[in-house]
Every structure is written in C-alpha cells, then in structure tokens.
Design a protein around this ligand. Structure first.
Ligand SMILES: NC(=O)c1ccc[n+]([C@@H]2O[C@H](COP(=O)([O-])OP(=O)(O)OC[C@H]3O[C@@H](n4cnc5c(N)ncnc54)[C@H](O)[C@@H]3O)[C@@H](O)[C@H]2O)c1
Length: 385
C-alpha cells in the first residue's frame, strides 16, 4: 500500500512504523506546518491535504490529526480515490460520521477505525467464547479505562482548546476504545446509557509547547501563556444497557495517577465469566462456579481464522504494537475486499452515537437512548463463528 499520513505527532509515528512493518510505503506526511512534516523525516512533506492528495495519489490515507479534522480530511481522501484508516474518535459528531460513510460509499472506497486494542489475540479468543455462548446468556459487562495522561495540572494538550476535541474529552479520548471493545467482544449493542461527568481540573494554560496545538482563543498573559477554562469531562462514570439484557458500566478518566493505560474488561454470564486487563494482555482469568483459571495466550486455542493475530508462539508475549499492527493489517485487507472483519466506519459511528447519548444524559441527569442511524450492528461488528 502507498500510504499517506495526515498528522505528525505521537500516533502518526506509530502508524508510520507499522505501515513499514506491513510492507507498505509512507509516501507522504501532512503536518500542521511544513516544518513539522519535514521534521517527521519519513515520506514527502506537505502542509496541505488537497495538494498532497493531488500530488501523491495514495492508496490509503491514515488520518492521525486532532479529532475535529478527521471528517473533512477523510472525505477529501475518499474524493481523491483513497481508502481511509482514521484514528479514533471517528469524528466529533454522528452527523460527520454519516457524511464520512456516504463519502466512502460514493467513492466505492473503505473506511476503517484504528481501534487498536481489538488486535490482541486474547481479545479474539474472548470474542469467540462470548459470542458462541461459552459463558451463556450475558448478564454483566463492566470495566475501566483509567489514564494519568492529563493528571499534571501544568500539562496542556490540544484537546483542551475549545473546538479541537468535540463535545467530550474522556469518552472521546479513552472511552470510545472501551465502548468498542465491549461491543466487539459481546456482540451486543449498547442501547442506553446514564452518564455522570466531572471536570476535576478546570484551569489549563497553553504555553505553545509540542502537542499543544495552535494558540487558543484568549489573551496571552505576561509569560506568553493563555488561560483556558476547560469545560469538558475529565472523569466520566457510565452505566450502560445492552441489547439482549446485559448491563454494567465503567469509569473513564484521564486523571488517574500511576495508570497510563489501565483498560479492564470484565463480563459474567449464566455459565461463567472472565476478567482481562490491557496491561497484561497475554492472559485472562476465566471464572466458573468455585474456580478461577488463568488462561495464557495459546495460538492453538484461537479460532483458525484468528491464528494469524498471534505473531509469535505461546509463551512469547504479544504487545501493543503487535495488536495495532494486526488492526492495520486487517483494515488493509478489508480495503482490498478480502475480509469484512475489521473495525468498520459503522463501528466508529456507533461509538460516537454512544458518546453523544452520554453527553445528553450527563446534561439532563437521566438515562438516554443511543441513536442507531448507521449500518446494522451485524454489519458494523461482523463475526463468523
Ligand atoms: N488509537 C489510539 O490508541 C490513539 C492513541 C493516541 C492518539 N489517537 C488519536 O490520534 C489523533 C492524534 O493524536 P496524537 O496523540 O497523535 O496527537 P499529537 O498532538 O501527538 O499529534 C497531532 C498531530 O496533528 C497535527 N495537526 C494539527 N492540525 C493539523 C491539520 N489541520 N492537518 C494536519 N495535521 C495537523 C499536529 O501538528 C500534530 O503533529 C487523535 O484523534 C487521537 O484521538 C489514537
């Protein structure tokens, strides 16, 4: 694949590395400034998406820019005839996601979302066990996504600049991964949500450092910093109800000290349950009445169609980059028409619709129904036993 990357920050570097590992070529990178793209040091440097698309004609565009640009940049890529692998969150509104889906359909191209945590072999194993009824009728789905990313009161990220992140912070930055994982594993849609939001640190100061984005609206103080009143949630507590009757919830937080990426998924059904932690992704605890069994990654236990996700034999750990590479690989196969089992734009829209319902719920103080305006759940989260 001849790939172009839009964005030149943290996640753009991860994509560049994995594109190379998969035998692709990064032909171009688009930065907010030409200097940023040049400093990236891989691919031809650009500072204009349309001009890059005309000049480079990439097969696929990896959209790794701040959230608010995902929709227009993806739509431009489809119009130029490229496929799109878009970072999460897919966009900042359901309306924008639907425009992206329409643009992909009109162009006859495929859009995928970088839901990287799906790529762990044991997430595949758990998906098969849950979806084929090994734990029986599902009752409880709970978990966490705790990060310390913005715990430091001195830290400023572009998400704090009004308009760059969308109507939610914690759920868009961390929560969409958890919401995707539990629907992917369970095979059941989240249909309703009750959310309570807190903003624990309201005052943030932009100082123009790396990763802080352009100067936010406001007046620079005597030190050159701009004070921003951050109004989005940095802690979200949610209660969710699934189609089929399972229920549960999660806390999603960007201010949890000592927790860089603590993602927990725990489910119980009428025949058993499991607990999985992203920080130890090569094992999970299977629970039956009176028994806890630690299951280590064992490629032989994977469904034949999922064995490729384990790139090394049992006893050798798979990591974040392996999982991420798997998701890019299956997305590219989806673009070539070889599989439907990849994180679809339908799944991306689904996550945004849940966050929109959460924002509605938090504002109203009551449970909100999740709009379901995209492809069917089975199309968005395909699975073959
Ligand atoms: N899949 C994951 O687990 C994961 C992890 C981190 C980030 N992300 C997502 O990736 C996106 C980028 O996050 P990041 O952590 O790399 O942020 P970052 O701040 O490290 O990088 C953002 C980059 O976008 C560039 N940029 C800003 N405006 C632009 C524009 N108009 N056109 C092109 N480039 C522009 C910036 O110069 C910067 O290089 C976000 O949507 C984020 O949610 C996903």
């Amino acid at each position: 694949m001849r790939a172009a990357i839009i964005g030149s920050g943290y996640i753009a570097r991860v994509h560049a590395r994995l594109i190379g590992e998969l035998g692709g070529e990064v032909v171009a990178v688009v930065g907010r400034t030409l200097g940023a793209a040049q400093a990236f040091g891989i691919g031809r440097a650009h500072d204009n998406v349309e001009a890059m698309l005309r000049a480079e004609k990439p097969d696929v565009v990896h959209v790794c820019s701040p959230n608010t640009f995902h929709a227009e940049q993806s739509i431009a890529a489809f119009r130029a005839g490229a496929h799109v692998l878009c970072e999460k969150p897919m966009a900042t509104s359901g309306d924008d996601c639907r425009r992206m889906i329409d643009a992909a359909d009109q162009a006859g191209r495929v859009g995928a979302i970088a839901y990287c945590y799906r790529g762990y072999p044991l997430v595949r194993e758990l998906r098969r066990l849950v979806r084929t009824g090994d734990f029986g009728e599902l009752w409880r789905v709970t978990g966490l996504y705790l990060s310390q990313d913005v715990f430091d009161p001195e830290k400023y990220v572009w998400h704090f600049t009004p308009g760059l992140c969308g109507p939610s912070y914690a759920l868009f930055d961390f929560g969409v991964h958890w919401l995707d994982l539990v629907q992917y594993i369970s095979g059941r849609p989240i249909e309703e949500i009750f959310a309570r939001f807190h903003t624990r640190r309201r005052e943030r100061t932009w100082r123009g450092g790396t990763g802080q984005g352009p100067m936010p609206p406001g007046h620079p103080d005597s030190t050159g910093g701009v004070a921003v009143d951050f109004g989005l949630e940095d802690q979200a507590d949610i209660v969710v109800g699934f189609g089929g009757g399972a229920s549960g919830g999660a806390t999603i937080m960007g201010l949890s000290p000592g927790n860089p990426n603590h993602i927990a998924v725990s489910m119980d059904g009428e025949k058993g349950g499991f607990d999985w932690l992203q920080e130890q992704p090569n094992s999970y605890v299977e629970r039956r009445l009176g028994r806890k069994i630690v299951r280590d990654k064992d490629p032989d236990r994977l469904q034949p169609a999922d064995r490729w996700t384990s790139s090394v034999p049992g006893g050798h750990p798979e990591g974040y980059l392996d999982a991420f590479r798997n998701v890019i690989a299956e997305s590219w196969r989806g673009m070539k028409g070889e599989t439907k089992d990849f994180p679809t734009f339908g799944a991306g829209l689904c996550g945004i619709e849940i966050v929109e319902a959460a924002v509605k719920s938090a504002n109203a103080g009551s449970t909100a129904a999740v709009t379901d305006s995209g492809p069917s759940f089975d199309e968005a989260f395909p699975f073959t036993a």
